[in-house]
Design a protein around this ligand. Sequence first.
Ligand code: SF4
Length: 335
Amino acid sequence: MAKKRVMSGMRATGQLHIGHYLGVLVNWLQMQDQYDCFFAVADWHMLTTGFAKTEGLRENTRQLVLDYLAAGVDPAKATIYVQSSILETAELHLILSMITPVNWLQRDPTLKEMVRELHLAEDHVSYGLLGYPALQTADILGPMGELVPVGEDQMAHIEISRDIARRFNHLFGVDLFPEPQGLLTPTPVVFGTDGRKMSKSYGNDLKLADDEKSINSKVMSMVTDPARLRKDDPGHPEVCMIYNGWETYASEKAPEIATLCRAGEIGCVQCKRNLAVQVNERLAPIQARRRELETDPGMLDDIVIAGNARARQATQETLAKVRDAMHLNQPYNRT
Ligand code: SF4
């Protein structure tokens, strides 16, 4: 029996952070052993909010591929590719956008949150940003993705993808598209240094590639229990971002920290230092792999070229079926 297809990707907005790793990548690493996985660098999706600042896009794309590989994605098991190299995805997006009601997109809570949190002016909310979930649907359905490991904020988009797939099948009387299913990890939301959801856009992230000094200084800047004025005051871990960090990065040690904190037996500065050690230990093997990969840029290119070819072929096969289902012209070739 053919393996189920998995499709997922990250926007090429910069290096990945721990929220991406715990929220999505750990699922990728497990799934690559069981499924036929397609993992994209979503560079077109970066344009939905970053269209006016594209000079770093190529480098961000390269950095993301490095992050995938350093985190443990294995190109022998999974297809790693760049979204914009699959030109057929743009055609599929165009077709799907014709059958996607605008009010489905306008209701999208992730879009509303993005506009609010990034303080986007009205003229910055483009046609492309509104259509984000339609493009994402084309990404998923191009290689016929059935399972989509995502962060919690993306679950609303996957619902829209399911609706679009269902609508296509219904309109054209076919059973062509699967209804993709979103998958969360046990840690779907990771908080950043300021207590908001960890996000590159908010500047509150701990990057996978951050060196020890950066991690130490970011962790030391995190907010603790504001009611705790002296080292031996009893603390309230439930309101402390550092304690949340313990639960996230070293959950086995969190109960002991909570006990010490409540009894006033550990100071916040020491608690932060200890947490920074845990985070750095967790990142060390990923960073060692990254340093090794950086010595061989040709290998990186080979991986992406092979991945692009495979993803493109899969999307071409889907498009041919889509055109047939809709009675569209197949590309007109002079013979
Ligand atoms: S001791 Fe640790 S868990 Fe308790 S308030 Fe301070 S930083 Fe937070």
